[in-house]
Design a protein around this ligand. Structure first.
Ligand code: SF4
Length: 196
């Protein structure tokens, strides 16, 4: 069963000491949303609120993402599952090191293997580079579909970048519109969105 497989990975993550990020975490942030979701959204790392609650994307970035998902008529309860490249908060929200990412990524890959989403959204530079290599550039590659082991992947800005620079919101919305089109193509051709 899918839920049991995820529970198995979760119990490994809770006990994980594969990298130094385990030392200062309050909680691991395994992932949240519908385990039967068609869209898997990948961010960078838990922040302060996530570390406190153990839930992915509940801080300011999460609230903005929630608004974007609402505009798309997607929700965590149904269409979306959310996770990060690393499952423990890096101190002071620094970017996780390549070693930390390499240590943690196999958990995310296993989650994707279990959930088998139809679409993956990579939010931000760290997620893009973790999947496609360090020469990837989010400013250059966002908005263009990529292929990761057969999964259609849409890179876009991380919501924290949109909070820092609201001018990027227009581009991010264009990216999510492409996701809606793809979702209609691959999952539900009657998916309603009042904007497109
Ligand atoms: S970040 Fe990942 S690899 Fe590092 S301790 Fe946490 S769960 Fe383990």
């Amino acid at each position: 069963m899918m839920e049991e497989q995820l529970e198995q990975i979760n119990s490994e993550v809770i006990a994980c000491t594969r990298c130094g990020l385990c030392k200062e975490r309050h909680q691991v942030v395994f992932g949240s949303g519908n385990p039967r979701a068609s869209i898997f959204i990948v961010g960078e790392a838990p922040g302060f609120e996530e570390d406190k609650t153990g839930v992915a994307f509940v801080g300011k970035s999460g609230q903005l993402l929630e608004k974007i998902l609402l505009a798309c008529n997607f929700s965590r309860e149904k269409e979306v599952y959310l996770g990060n490249i690393v499952k423990c908060r890096p101190p002071h929200n620094r970017v996780p090191s390549p070693q930390e990412q390499a240590a943690c990524l196999p958990y995310l890959e296993r989650q994707i293997e279990v959930i088998k989403p139809k679409i993956i959204i990579l939010m931000g530079s760290t997620a893009l580079k973790a999947f496609f290599g360090t020469s990837s550039r989010i400013t250059r590659e966002r908005g263009n579909w990529k292929n990761w082991f057969g999964y259609p992947v849409m890179p876009t800005y991380h919501p924290s970048a949109l909070l820092r620079n609201p001018n990027l919101k227009r581009d991010a919305w264009e990216d999510f519109k492409k996701v809606i089109v793809k979702y209609r193509e691959l999952v539900d051709n009657e998916h309603y969105c009042k904007y497109i």
